[in-house]
Design a protein around this ligand. Structure first.
Ligand code: ATP
Ligand code: MG
Length: 236
């Protein structure tokens, strides 16, 4: 039987060093020679102690981050595209159409309604306004954001509500690739279960998912495979 799995994310020998300008330009080496791949239908959970560089790996794949060395490629419209060699225009298209990214820290929420925050990426992909807003409402409803809040800007929502709006915004779109950085960190058990259900559904429709999840129960609920990121020895 032919193997219908397709590599969607390929990380080869990724390196990243931060230069700490406020500390006399000390170099902080975070990643070195890190390689992994994610295929369609996989949910790979990246594990490592806090501060090792898990979020740095996701940001490197997200297309808005300069890597220090190696290669990060994602499948975009059928072709593997090397992110550091791609034109700004291609990177923009990848971020609009191919990669959905839920970051560890909440994005600044604009002064638009929760419904429009969630509908906006759908409309950017050409979904008509009515349909985009309907799909946005369905996703907010599934994440237990009450309909009476949909017309309000999420700025005054609770931390967990804002996190669910951010998740709805990404999971309302059927991105081929999902990068999820602690998407359930500030949620209670019931809301965490809702998010994990959506992640599993995305995996089942064939998304390639690279996730960081803090707790063991969440990992077990969605992971198809684990990758352990080894801490680098502290540079002398
Ligand atoms: N923009 C930056 N400038 C300087 N140092 C940074 C920057 N981003 C990350 N670092 C450093 O890189 C290291 C790895 O950070 P990263 O956020 O990738 O860790 P993590 O594994 O995601 O940790 P956590 O589990 O706590 O989220 C940390 O020591 C951090 O201080
Ligand atoms: Mg992190």
């Amino acid at each position: 039987m032919p193997d219908d799995k397709t590599v969607m994310i390929a990380i080869e020998s990724l390196a990243k060093t931060f230069t700490l300008h406020l500390r006399g330009s000390v170099e902080l080496r975070v990643l070195q020679a890190f390689s992994m791949q994610v295929e369609t239908g996989e949910c790979v959970v990246l594990r490592a102690p806090s501060g090792t560089g898990k979020s740095t790996v996701l940001r490197s794949v997200s297309g808005n981050y300069r890597i220090g060395g190696g290669r990060v490629a994602v499948r975009h419209e059928g072709e593997m595209v090397d992110l550091s060699a791609a034109s700004p225009r291609t990177v923009m298209e990848i971020r609009r159409n191919t990669i959905g990214y839920v970051s560890q820290f909440l994005r600044v929420i604009p002064r638009v309604s929760a419904l429009d925050v969630v509908a906006e990426p759908l409309m950017a992909r050409g979904v008509p306004t009515d349909e985009a807003r309907e799909r946005a409402g369905t996703m907010l409803g599934r994440l237990h954001i009450p309909a009476k809040m949909w017309d309000l800007p999420p700025a005054t929502f609770s931390g967990g509500e804002q996190q669910r709006v951010n998740i709805a915004r990404v999971l309302a779109v059927d991105y081929p690739i999902l990068l999820l950085d602690e998407p359930t960190a500030s949620l209670d058990d019931a809301n965490r279960a809702l998010v994990l259900d959506l992640v599993r559904e995305a995996r089942e429709r064939g998304a390639a998912i690279l996730a960081i999840l803090h707790d063991e129960a969440s990992r077990a609920a969605v992971a198809t495979r684990y990758v352990d990121l080894a801490p680098l020895e502290a540079a002398a």
